[in-house]
Design a protein around this ligand. Structure first.
Ligand code: GRF
Length: 201
């Protein structure tokens, strides 16, 4: 598999930054071909510019349907010959238009140990539930929210007195290590998806 990533963002872009850093340090053997943001104000766009990476803004509100938006995203990913798509804080549910165009090659990072705490505010959900360990998950994207086969997970302890901010920061540190590692795994073809499980080959 060749090694061009497309990174989809909506905001801060710290996971995009972690991917760019891992590439610069040589621990991730890939290039970011294009960053696509559905928000013009996303801070991640500045990170892309700083790294000299192409970035495109596609405001989802400009499109009549989820599918029409995904068609536009797909066209950009194809234009830049993307092999693997990385969702990095991308706040849009993908339709089958995108999921089926990149079978097994769209990854997402989520700030909980899935299948616990899907959706928004996963760290707040973890605190409210009272778990003692949370963490982060990189998984292959399917058509359900935060649901596809799990590639890698990292546990993170919940500490006495944690707030949403402090727990999020501790999890984020692990996210930044885990995501480049999982991407490299996929690029190396060290896994295949069997039913809903990712198995080593
Ligand atoms: C991360 O916590 C990620 O797990 C979740 O959204 C957040 C994105 O942060 N999907 P950033 O934009 O990468 O800084």
């Amino acid at each position: 598999m060749s090694r061009t990533l497309g990174v989809l963002i909506s905001g801060r872009g710290s996971n995009l930054q972690a991917i760019l850093n891992a590439i610069a340090e040589g621990s991730l053997d890939a290039r970011v071909g294009v960053v696509v943001s559905n928000k013009a104000e996303a801070q991640g766009l500045e990170r892309a510019a700083k790294a000299g990476v192409q970035a495109v803004v596609l405001p989802h509100k400009d499109y009549d349907s989820r599918e029409a938006f995904d068609e536009a995203v797909l066209a950009r990913l194809k234009e830049y010959d993307v092999d693997v798509v990385c969702l990095a804080g991308f706040m849009r549910l993908l339709s089958p238009v995108l999921v089926r165009a990149f079978p097994g090659r769209i990854l997402n990072i989520h700030p909980s140990l899935l299948p616990a705490f899907v959706g928004l505010h996963a760290q707040r959900q973890a605190l409210e539930y009272g778990v003692k360990v949370s963490g982060c998950t990189v998984h292959v994207v399917d058509e359900e929210l935060d649901h596809g086969p799990i590639l890698l997970q990292a546990p993170v302890p919940v500490e006495e007195g944690d707030t949403e901010e402090s727990l999020s920061a501790r999890i984020l540190e692990q996210e930044h290590k885990l995501y480049p590692q999982a991407i490299q795994m996929v690029l190396d073809g060290e896994m295949r998806v069997d039913e809903r499980k990712v198995v080593a080959i």
